[in-house]
Ligand binder design. Structure first.
Ligand SMILES: [Zn+2]
Length: 467
């Protein structure tokens, strides 16, 4: 009996020790550069390194430890890392990048046939290193960040405590990039739709286009290209992520809901304004009336509205066009004409609709921005109208039934901007996720070194693909 207990205990301990992974950083820099930069520095935010190179390595090891304590693999994960000159300007920079060095398919125990898996995950699934001669992940980071001409004056924050102020937190960027290397990416070309060597990525089995009901593996190249730019309609169809989203993402998403006429009824993505009242629930419902003050059919609202336009929008939700003057000037004019809300139609193609900048404490009506394409469809639907009625009713508000960053069925939206952003599209969460997620395409300042619920969806997604 004692013997049996001892064995059981040993097994339990053994499986406990597997509930983690070891991630080692392989320093690929030449002498004097990157991790080997001897420039003396002062310890910062729990990072005790006294050279720039040592602090960089400590930050890498902190991010490696975070992923290591989260993941489950008995094969050490090796990250070959270097610091290099990456594209940058004074105001924009590639912070770093990472990806799997090798991919494998149809190995014994693969949870999905005919699917590429990154090397680190393959190793986990088969229980040994599929190619001991090659590291698992390749990471490159921007050695010039903060230097003149490259995000001038804003270097990486190398502390480990996330107290980065206005600088970019290196540990956060590393957590993001390591996730890509672990498999948070498709190996399919998001610009051409082409599969890697004719085999889909495990990722592609979970990318669902809600307008066609097809996943990426059921599509041809052209269909994949088309679905990669369907902002708001490309979702992650994985049970781990969908369940976790109920905990991680906040209830309520700002949205335009067109109630009637039926041919355009539905929900539309919006950009929200930096001024005016935040969208709320139940929000503002009303008849939508366009302002027309600029031939042939634009309503710029850059000057006080004419009597005709004033009669059209009074007590209604005004629809106006972006351009010529500031948002604040336009909204002031329609507010003074008696509108109860405003929809601004973008004047350049693209999706999702960006936010609306500006400041004016005197604006008291809700304002949203919609895409040019959506605006044209809505205008078309009310092209025949009277001077005071369009018959289109809509709500500007927060839909509490939809979490911020999911579709109405609770599936997490993937980043699918129009035009396509090669390398960013479809391999990130959508930017509408609230609170901000680690795997959005840009690093937000409020991220908190978390990779799993209740804060983050990254680890549930890796579990969906087999981790
Ligand atoms: Zn990324």
């Amino acid at each position: 009996m004692n013997m049996l207990l001892t064995i059981l205990l040993a097994l339990l301990l053994c499986s406990n020790s597997w509930a983690a992974a070891t991630i080692t950083i392989v320093n690929g820099d030449p002498a004097g550069v990157g991790f080997n930069d001897p420039t003396p520095v002062t310890p910062v935010g729990g990072n005790t390194g006294i050279t720039l190179g040592a602090q960089r390595l400590n930050a890498f090891q902190a991010a490696a430890s975070k992923w290591g304590e989260t993941l489950d693999s008995n094969v050490p994960i090796r990250v070959l890392a270097t610091w290099e000159a990456l594209p940058c300007t004074d105001t924009a920079a590639v912070l770093g990048s990472a990806g799997a060095l090798e991919v494998f398919s149809d190995f014994p125990g693969a949870p999905q046939a005919n699917a590429w898996f990154g090397k680190a995950e393959t190793n986990k699934l088969i229980g040994f290193d599929a190619d001991p001669d090659t590291p698992d992940i390749r990471a490159r980071f921007n050695v010039n960040l903060g230097q003149p001409g490259c995000f001038t004056g804003s270097p990486f924050y190398l502390g480990l405590d996330n107290n980065h102020g206005s600088n970019t937190d290196l540990v956060t960027v590393l957590l993001h990039e390591f996730a890509h290397g672990l498999g948070f990416q498709t190996y399919t070309d998001d610009e051409t739709g082409e599969l890697l060597a004719g085999i889909p990525s495990i990722w592609d089995y979970f990318l669902l286009d809600t307008t066609t009901g097809k996943v990426w593996t059921d599509m041809n190249n052209a269909e994949r290209v088309a679905s990669a730019i369907k902002s708001g309609k490309l979702v992650w169809n994985g049970v781990q992520v969908t369940n976790a989203a109920q905990v991680v993402l906040q209830a309520g998403t700002p949205i335009l809901t067109v109630l009637t006429p039926p041919e355009v009824a539905g929900i539309y993505q919006v950009g929200t304004a930096a001024f005016g009242p935040p969208l709320s629930s139940p929000g503002v419902t009303g008849e939508v009336m366009p302002v027309v003050d600029t031939p042939p059919d634009l309503g710029l609202a850059c000057v006080p509205l004419s009597d005709l336009n004033t009669r059209a929008v009074r007590g209604k939700i005004a629809m106006i066009d972006r351009g010529t003057c500031t948002f604040v000037v336009k909204i002031r004019n329609v507010q003074e004409a008696g509108a109860v809300g405003t929809i601004v139609v973008d004047n350049v193609a693209g999706a999702p609709p960006p936010g609306i900048g500006g400041s004016d404490p005197g604006i008291v009506i809700p304002v949203v921005r919609i895409t040019l394409e959506d605006g044209q469809a809505l205008k078309q639907a009310i092209a025949r109208r009277t001077r005071t009625h369009s018959g289109m009713y809509a709500n500007l508000g927060v839909n509490l039934g939809i979490r911020a960053g999911t579709d109405p069925l609770g599936r997490v939206l993937m980043y699918a901007p129009r035009p396509n952003q090669p390398g960013s599209s479809v391999s990130h969460c959508d930017t509408s996720a609230t609170p901000n997620q680690l795997m959005e395409p840009a690093i937000n300042a409020d991220l908190r070194h978390e990779v799993k619920p209740p804060f983050d969806l990254t680890y549930p997604l890796l579990k969906d693909i087999g981790w």
